[in-house]
Ligand binder design. Sequence first.
Ligand SMILES: Cc1cc2nc3c(=O)[nH]c(=O)nc-3n(C[C@H](O)[C@H](O)[C@H](O)COP(=O)(O)OP(=O)(O)OC[C@H]3O[C@@H](n4cnc5c(N)ncnc54)[C@H](O)[C@@H]3O)c2cc1C
Length: 402
Amino acid sequence: MKTAYEFAVVGIGGIGSGALYWLAREAGGEVLGLEQFAIGHDHGASQDHSRIIRLSYHAPEYTALTPETYRAWAEVEAESGVRIVTKCGGVDLAPDVAGEVLEQYAEAMRVKGIPYDDLTAAEAMERFPQFRLDPGSRVLYQAESGLCDPRKAIPTQVALARARGATVLDNTPVRRLVPTSDGAELHTDMGVFRARHVVVAADAWTNEVLRETGTRIPLTITQEQVTYFATPKLRDFAPDRFPIWIWHGPESFYGFPVYGEVATKAGLDVGGDVVTTATRTYEPNPRPYQKLVAFLERHIPGSLGPELYTKTCLYTMPPDRNFVIDRLPEYPQITVAQGAAHVFKFSSLVGKITAQLATTGATEYPIGAFTLIRPALTDPTYPAEFRVNLGSHAEAMAAQAV
Ligand SMILES: Cc1cc2nc3c(=O)[nH]c(=O)nc-3n(C[C@H](O)[C@H](O)[C@H](O)COP(=O)(O)OP(=O)(O)OC[C@H]3O[C@@H](n4cnc5c(N)ncnc54)[C@H](O)[C@@H]3O)c2cc1C
């Protein structure tokens, strides 16, 4: 087997499969992808039938990129004939008109010229009678929102990369990544591979993979979950009648129309416990489940039905919950991409950005906010108010862990 490549990707989840695809467009047979588990496995973050995709975001650094995410997926869909994105519209909901968070979303869309409808509670319920909102609630509707499907996206990008000559080895963990004078060595149970440039897209395992590079990103991992509810009101919750939704209250909930299973799906954002890749379990957590059901009973009662199943998954987050997309300062032949537990929608685009960094050393996309040298990653005194809110339970656990 060929053991020396121009480019290697470690971790073939959402970002890694994107990196593989976009690198293969440039360099075909000079691309190697290594994944520790089977392609499409359930142990990391990119799994399940759906992840929210949207133009709407809380900050211009992201609304500068959201339209590009759709373009990246559209190219993958056009080349493969596989549908990955389903548009159903989306709503950001806040319980209070003065809600600062929603104003940030509105402003970030305005500065990038992204159209949206600013609705009162009554207007929103007229359009979507599935919601029960208190007077004073504010709702932003954006028509391009929808979901993208990891179960399709990852194997599709892998297949397209293979069609262009890339080598992809699953069940092949990289045990050591060792920088060298002309690239890096990737030590595996199948032997040592060499590459001139390596993209690390290992999410919860990022620091393990980077162990011998001297770079360590302060990352917190939590075990999160989503629940499928077998609503009897299928027609009301079909994607042509019901949008994806995000609730920006003191706690943030989110959900999907019926897709993938004959059931709605919803979850509580950052509702789980702090874990490591070794201590995580696959057991559903009753605490976020109960909070979720209480929220749905109050605000989207028709979406409920018997619990089909609850599925766990990992969130991996830097302190500011912003992406990391950068070349290592000490070893610019290694690019790292970490998606702060909200990257799936962007993952093909982030893969494209890493491919540009790997092939040319620069990217056409604005990623200045996502460097490795920002204070949130380098300053231990980075203020608590800017850090991700882990929720009272997870926060207490994190404090114990320190
Ligand atoms: C419940 C839940 C809901 C979410 N909802 C949304 C949403 O609605 N919208 C959205 O955009 N995002 C969402 N996210 C976040 C999103 O899913 C993740 O940010 C994204 O999937 C991360 O992709 P990734 O490629 O970085 O990581 P992963 O998909 O975890 O990929 C990392 C890969 O690296 C591999 N790897 C690690 N170490 C090694 C090694 N040593 N050798 C070889 N391979 C290795 C792993 O096995 C894994 O396959 C959600 C996440 C969760 C958990």
